[in-house]
Design a protein around this ligand. Structure first.
Ligand code: GFP
Length: 813
């Protein structure tokens, strides 16, 4: 098979073929959607020969590869990424122009697949990009949700969730293969039987669904490599019941179908109800069972000796969501393939590794035994046996230290009997890693210390990274051009070369070109926000950005208090309005639908925005913008325009952060706590180019041990008191004091994430920001040094670390 010619004419012919023959329309009659679909298919055609070749080679070479198991992939738009990977951007633009079309217009038509919530899902997308760029044999496995993360709108400032119908206009990047579906079973019971004198167990499931693989190309950056992302879609095994349908009961006729297909309907269904919880566990098992079966049946060579499975594959568990894969592999090896338990357990331990992405105890998933046993009875038996043998080994080592044994048991007894998935992953995984130095250390010291002691050498760190292709080259074309001019081409896949920019930092011409790029990016953001939301980013403003999932530990409320304090300062005359550094504070955040406090905080930010933005006393010097529906596409516009990156979580709570890396690489300065990867960013860029504030993790611990009383901070700090009182007074809620009362009382009487304790230090750091920003040239210098010194945060480096420390899967040609 050959690719279409890499010429403008070749591209035009392929495009028209796709439009006419696949789309069934002529150019003159075609809609924007027809044209977008034809363009996507054309780009695909250029990747196809390599993809098929790589799939063939993967099967033939049987080299060790990575199966990345992740319930989320927050991919972002595909067209531009694939054009860049194939080196086709210019040819495509010219070809379309010769047809009277605009590439810019067609790229805006694409709806991004939002198959993830935030950092975790975006990391998975960066990782598969890097795996392909480095040429590592790998498959990303996940779920092809029909509805991704909800589309956020605001009504009266409050979040309203709309379904994200990303598939409605077609899905040109996916290749479904119903003929390769895998049957995934649920429910029922187990039984033992006699197998030639040996007693064995088996599972008699009650129902099943088909898992249909939908394949996506994952091209490496201009290296001809195309890996695969395989997402599973649920399809009922029984077609609807025609007899019932004909009797007129249409709803009942499709009930089984609806039930089965709900599994891949929505990304992370709301799990505050028992049904929602169960559906989540169904999703998790659904995709890992299909993935393991697919790997064993379709990727592994026929007749491969399964006792050597660890030589062929490592299943990387992206957080706890796929951990049910551990008992599933055991079940397949022992029950289906007849392997001895001990051998199977040895194989299983070689084949898994686990990445933990959190430190919040409530985010470490547990499944009630009652639910797990009902849905996956055989898996529960297997988990019990793994636990019994593990605890026996612990006893052997530490004696009958019952407290330790209770603490280490995979089965928790309180508040209800449940399976601790992080523990199961730790026991089964060949390695366990955190996602930044500090996080990995805390994971060992605080979250899983007994395991660290029991398994010396099992714990390691791999600091997260982000793909420079999407977040620098595509998102910031002007800065990319400047970088290429300064350090030459090829840095996109060798990001350490950004160091070369340091040589240019003393060159006034370079600094002014750099500052001009930032200004141009602000203008571009302005155009986007104006068209999208009717917002304006005023000229000369410091663009201060906090974009990330809305969560109390990330402390959007601390940013809110800074804004309110500045506002209150002007109202009360404490700050002369002319002395206020003109700032546009931009928020972007979605709150989980069931997370009431997060939603209140969104409401509060919007309420503050409407009050502050319209107050003439501010003379336009302070603006608060909150464009709804923050997603990858908006991130690509916001990040390059930012001056200041807000990374202000309570120390010890943010595992890593990846937004922090994207901002630094795009020349924003960070105001941040010593948390997650901020620590490493600061070490690399230097204290002079980073605004550090707040307690470090040991101080947080100490304060917590002493007994944290937020109201004491409120009493002691007049600025803080005035800011909180202003919110409490109803100033942002039309005089109604009840609206934000829950936020205020939570801050005053609980404040789990110590916003008030860090307030004074944060305000002082913001003053340093204002002072620094006043010296534009010095600021630009720091911004350049941020870019130059953060090449370490390429996801290519993360993947190289995974290969060296965990996977041992060298690249293949
Ligand atoms: C989570 C953690 C982040 C971390 C990412 C990727 O993402 O600190 O950077 O996973 O490891 F919290 P979010 O849940 O914050 O999106």
């Amino acid at each position: 098979m050959t690719s279409p010619p890499l010429t403008v004419d070749g591209f035009v012919s392929e495009f028209l073929l796709n439009l006419n023959f696949d789309g069934g329309v002529s150019l003159s009659e075609s809609s924007t959607n027809d044209r977008y679909l034809a363009l996507a298919c054309t780009v695909r055609d250029y990747l196809m020969a390599r993809w098929l070749e790589d799939l063939r080679k993967q099967k033939e070479d049987q080299a060790k590869g990575v199966c990345y198991l992740s319930a989320e992939y927050l991919l972002g738009r595909q067209l531009d990424n694939n054009l860049l990977a194939t080196g086709l951007s210019e040819i495509a633009a010219e070809a379309l122009e010769s047809c009277g079309l605009s590439l810019d217009q067609l790229r805006e038509h694409e709806i991004e697949p939002g198959l993830g919530n935030g950092g975790l899902g975006r990391l998975a997308a960066c990782f598969i990009d890097s795996l392909a760029t480095l040429g590592v044999p790998s498959i990303g496995y996940g779920i092809r949700y029909e509805y991704g993360i909800f589309r956020q709108t605001f009504e009266d400032g409050q979040q309203v969730e709309q379904p994200d119908a990303w598939l409605t206009l077609g899905s040109p990047w996916e290749f479904p293969h119903p003929e390769r579906s895998q049957l995934v079973s649920f429910g029922g019971r187990t039984e033992t039987y006699d197998d030639d004198g040996v007693t064995r167990s088996r599972w008699i499931p009650a129902w099943n669904v088909n898992a249909i693989p939908c394949n996506y190309m994952v091209p490496g950056f201009q290296n001809g490599r195309v890996n695969t992302l395989r997402l599973w879609r649920a399809k009922a095994t029984d077609a609807f019941d025609l007899r019932i349908f004909n009797s007129g009961d249409y709803e009942e006729a499709v009930r089984a179908q609806t039930f089965a297909e709900n599994i891949s309907k929505v990304l992370y269904p709301e799990d505050s109800t028992p049904q929602g919880k169960e559906l989540r566990l169904q999703q998790q098992y659904f995709f890992v069972a299909a993935s393991i079966a697919d790997f064993l049946e379709n990727v592994l060579a026929d007749g491969y000796d399964l006792t050597r499975l660890g030589d062929r594959v490592i299943f990387q568990l992206n957080d706890t969501h796929p951990v049910i894969a551990v008992p599933e592999l055991m079940r397949v090896l022992v029950d289906d393939r007849g392997m001895e338990w001990d051998t199977a357990w040895e194989v299983t331990q070689q084949c898994f590794a686990y990445t933990c992405h959190t430190l919040l105890p409530e985010a470490l998933e547990v499944w009630p035994v009652e639910l797990l046993g009902r849905l996956l009875p055989r898996h529960l038996e297997i988990i019990y046996r793994i636990n019994d043998e593990f605890l026996a080994a612990v006893r052997e080592r530490f004696g009958d230290d019952e407290l330790r044994i209770r603490n280490m048991s995979i089965i928790a007894e309180h508040p209800e009997r449940s399976v601790r998935m992080a523990y199961l992953a730790t026991v089964a995984g060949s390695k366990v890693n955190g996602v930044a130095e500090l996080h990995s250390q805390l994971l060992r010291d605080k979250v899983l210390p007994d395991f660290d002691e029991f398994y010396p050498g099992k714990f390691t760190n791999v600091t997260n990274g982000v793909t420079p292709r999407r977040f620098l080259r595509l998102a910031n074309p002007e800065l990319s051009a400047l970088i290429t001019e300064a350090v030459g081409s090829g840095w996109e896949s060798d990001l350490d070369r950004l160091r070369g920019l340091e040589e240019h930092v003393d060159d006034a011409g370079f600094r002014s070109a750099f500052a001009e790029v930032k200004a141009a990016n602000k203008r571009r953001l302005n155009e986007v926000l104006r068209a999208r939301d009717g917002f304006e980013v005023a000229d000369g403003h410091l663009v201060d950005v906090m974009v990330k999932r809305l969560h109390e530990y990330k402390r959007q409320l601390l940013k809110v208090l800074h804004v309110v304090s500045s506002y209150e300062g002007v109202l009360s005359g404490r700050i002369a309005v002319e002395d206020l550094q003109p700032r546009t504070v931009l928020f972007g955040a979605k709150a989980a639908p069931g997370y009431a406090m997060a939603k209140r905080i969104i409401h509060l930010i919007n309420a503050i925005g409407s009050t502050v933005n319209d107050d003439p006393r501010l003379q336009g010097r302070l603006k608060v913008l909150f464009p709804p529906n923050y997603n990858v596409t908006l991130a690509e516009r916001v990040i390059p325009a930012a001056d200041l990156s807000e990374q202000i979580s309570l120390a010890g709570k943010e595992a890593s952060g990846t937004g922090n890396m994207k901002f630094a690489l795009n020349g924003a300065l960070t105001i941040g706590t010593d948390d997650g990867a901020n620590v490493e960013i600061r070490e690399l860029v230097g204290d002079d180019n980073f605004f550090l504030f707040g307690m470090a993790e040991p101080e947080v611990e100490a304060l917590s041990a002493r007994g944290y009383r937020p109201s004491e901070f409120y009493q002691a700090d007049e600025d803080l008191r005035r800011a909180i009182d202003l919110i409490a007074s109803g100033a942002f809620s039309g005089g109604d004091r009840t609206v934000f009362e829950p936020v205020v009382s939570n801050l005053l009487y609980e404040d789990r994430f110590m916003v008030l304790a860090d307030f004074a230090s944060y305000m002082a750091a913001q003053e340093r920001v204002d002072a620094a920003y006043a010296d534009e040239d010095a600021w630009t210098r720091s911004a350049i040094l941020n870019v130059a010194r953060t090449g370490f945060f390429s996801s290519d480096r993360s993947i190289t670390d995974y290969i060296d420390r965990i996977w041992h899967t060298p690249p293949t040609s």
